[in-house]
Design a binder for this molecule. Structure first.
Ligand code: PLP
Length: 431
């Protein structure tokens, strides 16, 4: 916070397509789509018109005990596009609420079906699932947890599946947890199909299927946190579609940065006990859930993704981008580039030591130089995260690679002490 006060982040004043502009007129390629959410880029008239029309008709009516036409329509659209197992929709305003809705629905489900001891949640070390207290407990970032303690109990973490050997160790830890330590006490397993905040880690597919098989065997429900990955980001409508999860959390791209809108999708089995005669309400909901203008924005976003073929586009552009970014590995500060679709991580490493993340001051200086060169992006520790709008043009992608190359090929000398350069902490997380 001190660094931010000393050197406040730039004021972004307007956006157009894949670019944003600072108050002083500096044009920046928005390589992380805002906070990974502006999937259609900036200034989309179709989304703006849909919202404006809805605001005039009815700005909001909560989905707590009420309905609106636009919320119903959005829910139906989501179910049309989602894996067939998904049958129910809850609408929210943030990804945090979508995850929390999923977790709490599972917990209440088990109480309703007479297994009240099943409340534990398993997730992956270093994952990110939201900024609430439950989100922090589930996320398992030890550095964050230290400041927020005491966190809700009952959250367990297995090692992250970064590479084949780590994935095998992660599955072994899951086996141990479900068999020996907590049999009958575990309610849900939550995972990100591609781990974003951890630095764009792509788990081996065998890890995901293995983890889900273990959970199914032990009656543990599976939540796919697709707040980042869904709606085309990784080249599929839903990255977890092949895994048949019990619940899916959505956010970010659903409102595409135009409106706060998020959703939890659930299978019928989880919903059924709530609906029984004399059943109880689901103990979760917030005033602006089902925000009508947000639902109108999300409908326009889904329409645009479909009409413009953005899911397939992300898959094919992503393949080309990955191989071009891999060419940057010849520079001494670039580690093994990874990603899927238009979700890429470029890890920065210490020269001569590819297993050691580049020190924070140097990483911040590189991010600052990229900013000056005309690219704004988020980083996760020492990994540059590239999640451009799905609408980005090929020429803009060329420009992005060139600008990255210009800076990464000449990373400068190691900084002597704490970085005092421009934009030291720009949109970054240092764990
Ligand atoms: N889940 C994942 C995987 C995320 O990356 C995030 C945010 O980055 C969230 C949940 C929380 O979403 P929000 O910031 O909209 O609350």
């Amino acid at each position: 916070m001190g660094a931010l006060l000393e050197e406040p982040p730039p004021v972004i004043e307007r956006g157009e397509g894949s670019y944003v502009y600072t108050a002083s007129g500096h044009r920046l390629l928005d390589a992380s789509s805002g906070v990974w959410n502006n999937i259609l880029g900036h200034g989309r008239q179709d989304v703006i018109d849909a919202m404006a029309g809805q605001l005039r008709a009815l700005a909001s009516t909560s989905t707590i005990g009420r309905r609106s036409r636009v919320a119903d329509e959005l829910a139906h659209e989501l179910l049309r596009l989602a894996p067939p197992r998904m049958r129910r929709v809850m609408l929210h305003c943030t990804g945090t609420a979508a995850v929390e809705g999923a977790v709490l629905m599972v917990r209440q489900y088990f109480k309703l079906v007479g297994q009240p001891r099943r409340a534990g949640i398993i997730s992956v070390e270093g994952s990110y699932h939201g900024c609430s207290l439950l989100g922090a407990a589930v996320s398992g970032d030890a550095a964050d947890a230290r400041w927020l303690a005491p966190l809700p109990a009952g959250c367990h973490h297995i090692p992250r599946p970064h590479g084949e050997a780590a994935a095998a160790a992660s599955l072994a830890a899951l086996e141990r947890l479900v068999r020996k330590e907590r049999p009958g006490r575990l309610a849900a397993f939550i995972f990100e199909p591609v781990m974003g905040t951890a630095g764009v880690i792509v788990p081996p597919r065998s890890w995901i299927t293995g983890a889900i098989a273990i959970c199914r065997q032990h009656g543990i429900k599976v939540i796919a946190d697709e707040v980042v990955t869904a709606l085309g980001r990784v080249g599929e409508w839903f990255a977890s579609a092949g895994q048949a999860p019990d619940l899916i959390a959505l956010g970010k791209g659903l409102g595409a940065g135009y409106a706060p809108v998020a959703a939890t999708l659930a299978c019928e089995e989880l919903f059924e006990p709530f609906a029984r005669r004399g059943g109880v309400a689901f103990k979760y909901g917030s005033t602006m859930d089902g925000y009508a203008a947000g639902c109108a924005a999300a409908r326009a976003v889904l329409l645009a993704i479909e009409r413009e073929g953005l899911v397939a586009r992300a898959a094919s552009l992503g393949e080309g981008l990955l191989s071009r970014l891999r060419e940057l590995e010849r520079y001494e500060v670039v580690g093994r580039v990874r990603g899927r679709g238009l979700m890429m991580g470029v890890p920065l490493v210490e020269p001569g030591d590819p297993d050691r993340p580049l020190r924070a001051e140097w990483t911040a200086r590189i991010v600052g130089r990229l900013f000056e060169a005309g690219v704004v992006l988020m980083r996760a520790n020492a990994t540059l995260t590239l999640l451009p709008p799905l609408t980005i043009s090929e020429a803009e992608l060329d420009q992005l690679v060139q600008l990255l190359e210009g800076v990464l090929s000449h990373p400068g000398e190691p900084p002597a002490g704490r970085a005092r350069g421009r934009l030291r902490g720009l949109l970054g997380r240092d764990g």
